[in-house]
Design a protein around this ligand. Structure first.
Ligand SMILES: Cc1cc2nc3c(=O)[nH]c(=O)nc-3n(C[C@H](O)[C@H](O)[C@H](O)COP(=O)(O)OP(=O)(O)OC[C@H]3O[C@@H](n4cnc5c(N)ncnc54)[C@H](O)[C@@H]3O)c2cc1C
Length: 389
């Protein structure tokens, strides 16, 4: 039986989204899920497929301010979410890179890092539950709408960061925090060279979200977010001085917002390794990418590398060359330091060395999206890993 080609859609309810996915499943037609569409180039390379917009699924599903828990449609933007929670003196303690017009569903799908998130919380710390439509159109609810929820296999964490390849996220339940009385990002140069500056920061377990910023030709700087009542803010500030921050000064809201934006033609790499390798890892990465801006998180062991491309016009071939060179360097760093997590992201589609799925990942994909219709990744140059029998 032949099926008509399905067109772009923007379902406005979970049931309508499920029906859309079922229609694509019946027609064996791949889908490309879209939130606000600000970062479709990240994480790929994805094949062109029928767009399914999630923006129609916006707004509150359930909000109990007393429980600090909210459930919203996946198409709700970060700006809309903030407007809802601010009315109750609450916030989602996450300000991911990119725009406030980006959607919460995409932020979860891409597990987008939040620089200097309150208390260093990550996306996975804040997502309590999800409603996901699998590749066959089944509506699945994973996790819960409450903070205490006894779950077996942690499917919430599985979908967080799966880039929509295991289904469309339709609704999300999130843990909120009270807006702190004082909340400031302090910045200052580090008094010591990297080798002496980083170990005390890594060893410090005080709840201070921190980033070591390395700009080409400049001395290392430390940025840190301190929040709470005045006594706590003062104590944390004194602690930062002990840890080597010189003359801490508060960043302006514009400075903070600017740090969440990446130039359009830049190549962004996200790397991570063991905290015990922090110093050689950061040094080797800085030496390998002398023109890059580096941001190291001493608690998570993650390093964000922003590489300017060769031409300001962002010529596609130059970007491709840059990505290919960057990926081979990343592979070397991953081998040397056993980097557990090395994802290359470029604001261009041309990558050719996307890592093949592991047998476990392939098995999960087959269970949730047997026909590979959800955000299908294009054929890879490297041989895919063998599927488990
Ligand atoms: C300039 C720029 C720089 C960025 N830099 C970084 C960075 O350095 N580190 C980082 O972690 N993040 C980064 N991001 C990513 C950004 O923080 C988030 O991914 C953001 O939430 C994108 O929102 P969006 O709605 O526009 O997503 P879209 O562009 O619409 O989608 C992004 C991806 O998520 C998938 N997706 C969207 N909605 C859903 C859904 N409901 N269910 C399943 N899959 C879905 C899409 O298929 C696509 O693959 C950057 C974004 C921008 C614009």
């Amino acid at each position: 039986m032949s099926h008509p080609t399905l067109r772009a859609t923007s379902p406005a309810s979970v049931d309508a989204l499920a029906a859309t996915v079922r229609a694509h499943h019946a027609a064996v037609q791949p889908m490309r899920f879209i939130g606000s569409g600000t970062w479709l180039q990240g994480g790929g390379p994805f094949v062109d497929a029928t767009p399914v917009s999630l923006r129609g699924l916006a707004g509150i599903v359930e909000y109990t301010p007393g429980d600090l828990v909210i459930t919203v449609g996946a198409g709700t933007t970060m700006r809309e979410l903030s407007a809802i929670t601010t009315e109750h003196g609450q916030m989602l303690a996450l300000t991911p890179y990119g725009d406030t017009e980006s959607t919460i569903g995409a932020t979860i799908a891409t597990a987008s890092a939040a620089p200097l998130a309150l208390d260093d919380l990550s996306v996975r710390d804040l997502v309590l539950g999800l409603t996901v439509i699998t590749g066959t159109g089944a509506v699945t609810r994973v996790g819960g709408r409450v903070v205490k929820n006894v779950a077996g296999f942690d499917l919430v964490r599985l979908h967080t960061g799966a880039w929509g390849t295991l289904g469309a996220i339709a609704e999300v339940s999130l843990r909120l925090h009270a807006v702190p009385v004082h909340d400031v990002v302090l910045g200052g140069r580090l008094s010591a060279e990297l080798g002496d500056a980083i170990p005390p920061l890594v060893a410090n377990r005080a709840p201070i979200p921190m980033q070591v910023v390395l700009e080409p030709g400049e001395a290392p700087r430390l940025l840190a977010r301190v929040s709470g009542n005045l006594a706590r803010v003062d104590a944390l500030r004194a602690r930062l001085v002990q840890l080597g921050m010189q003359n801490p000064e508060a960043l302006s809201p514009d400075d903070i917002a600017a740090r969440r934006h990446t130039p359009d033609d830049a190549i962004v790499l996200r790397l991570r390794t063991a905290l015990s390798d922090a110093v050689p890892f950061v040094r080797a990465t800085r030496d390998a990418f002398p023109t890059a801006s580096l941001t190291y998180s001493p608690h998570r062991g993650s390093l964000r590398v922003v590489l300017p491309t060769a031409t300001s016009a962002g010529d596609a071939e130059d970007i491709m060359d840059g990505v290919t060179r960057a990926l081979s360097t990343v592979a070397r760093l991953a081998t040397t330091f056993g980097a557990s997590h090395a994802i290359a992201i470029a604001l261009d589609q041309g990558r050719r060395q996307y890592p093949a799925r592991t047998p476990l990942e392939a098995g999960i994909k087959r269970a949730l999206d047997p026909d590979d219709l959800c955000n299908r990744v294009s054929a890879m140059d490297s041989a895919p890993a063998p599927l488990p029998v």
